[in-house]
Design a protein around this ligand. Sequence first.
Ligand code: WTA
Length: 654
Amino acid sequence: MASSESGDRALEALLQENRRFAPSEEFRAQANVRDPEIYQRARQDPEGYWAEQARRLSWFEPFREVLRWEPPHAQWFVGGKLNAAYNCVDRHAESDRRNKAAIIWEGEPGDQRILTYGQLQREVARCANGLKRLGVKAGDRVTIYMGMIPELPIAMLACARIGAVHSVVFGGFSAEALRDRINDAQAEVVLTADGGWRRGQVVPLKAQVDKALEGASSVRHVVVVRRVGEAASVNWRAGRDLDWQEWLASESWHCEPEPMDSEAPLFILYTSGTTGKPKGIVHTTAGYLTGVETTTRMVFDLKDRDVYWCTADIGWVTGHSYVIYGPLANGATTLMYEGTPDFPDRGRNWQLVEKYGVNIYYTAPTAIRAHMRWGTEWPERYDLSSLRLLGSVGEPINPEAWMWYWEHIGGRRTPIVDTWWQTETGAIMISPLPGLTEAKPGSATRPLPGIEAEVVDLAGNPVPPGAGGYLVLTRPWPSMLRTIWGDDKRYQETYWSRFPGRYFTGDGAKRDEDGYFWLLGRVDDVINVSGHRIGTMEVESALVDHPSVAEAAVIGRHDPLKGQAIAAFVTLKEAVDTSEALKQELKAHVVQKIGAIARPDDLFFAAELPKTRSGKIMRRLLRDIAEGRALGDTTTLADPAVVERLKAQYQEEA
Ligand code: WTA
């Protein structure tokens, strides 16, 4: 296991974690899930359990078969027809929720917009009609590259309404990263904005789209929301580019939702894997929606009167599932905020909690650690008494951060749900049920009803309590990815070949005597920086793309704030000299190829990289160096002196 050494030490500390937090009587009494029998029922009849959950959705035609499992391909709710936008919008707009807030949006400069279910229905229908007018049909791909503005969910739901497949690309990705994703999906339409606000500055978006579309492209039309107006200069390509407002000005508010097959793709979302090429994770309509509807209701204990806020950007899976599809499928009020938590000051999030009376708040450990560092004076300035449940996602939460969250944000009242899941799983897999589960800070606790997980060794045998191993999911579940877009072979190999018949998560884990799961981080070449997944190979490819670079090895090293930081070891071509300027240039090159999230924190010029006799770079040793540890086993190295020299040099420079 790649991270076993640091993982082991962290875990020893974790397993000493004896604090337990049972739900209060008061919370338990009102919880959506109160009966512990639910686990047993779901285990005895998983298909019956999931069918029951799926029937909470609105169907145009009922499904005839719950699961058709031809490993590793699953079909769920076979024969059914439904529409995701109808389920997230219309069925609420047509009920007494018509004038209930669906989306409360606040822009970074403080502007706001509240869309009721009725308004959202009209906006989504208009946008769907606009897409149809551009010739977009069911099954076509539409790339969406926007900041956190209401047009983003409107665009996603409009695609869903007509059966088009959306591919949302996080607005922080570079033009080149965007181009790869547009090309891979062969999108014909791109929906974007002139720019977005971030810490008082404009993030240019349309300019990046222009760059991404240089040369040959499948894209026929680009539609641009005017978000920042004068603040961004925007070039227009006549015939290709359209202004969002003008585009929709004469479209009707009525658009029949397309009845889609249960297994029709709903969206593609690109995520990092172990190669340099991002994977287009494919999610389908009925299974995905069942997964997010169920988990939002159960894990967040969502009630009709709640104001719910998940701080994730919609460009990531957490935003897809828990800003938009999960809460809206439940008819909830979901809050969306455009900016960052430290602008105009470090109290911004707590100000919003007070302003809108947020009841449920879901964020990442890296954000919690940033708030810890900024100090309790910020949350103390605001009334946070509306909060009744807190959530965490994206990386393991260290017990100190858990305790701080519980005390200073939750006021020692609110349960905390530490939710483990992935882009591929679509929905939360391992998490407390807040009315039932006794939490232990740092553990995601147990698989949800209907989900079966195990920790296994290399041979696939379950390991005893307390031993480390690989986390696998042993049964198919409705919201599982169906394939990798355009590369089913990679789907089979990545997830299903290591332990045939079982889904390999890429995470290491241990289980304790109570059966609780403790996540230990990735065991593959994926690193987790501030809860964002980045492939070390992607960063390496970006570095070797630079003319001065001969070789590059990238690792994640422990970082107290971000979880992991990116450390790059680079060897230069002959006749190229090292310099601070080149260091900065190489970092900037990575930003240009991928985006600011992949910018190396440390960049280190090495004369040589430690390699095995067969020429494999030993990243494990680089990690030892970067984390200041004694070097692990070096006997397989071609030349052990290389790594010793590197270590001495690193200590000197760092
Ligand atoms: C990590 C984000 C520990 C894990 C939803 C996983 C976590 C990867 C947790 C997926 C958690 C996510 N505890 N680790 N509660 N949640 N992870 O695809 O390594 O962006 O494999 O999905 O994040 O990242 P992704």
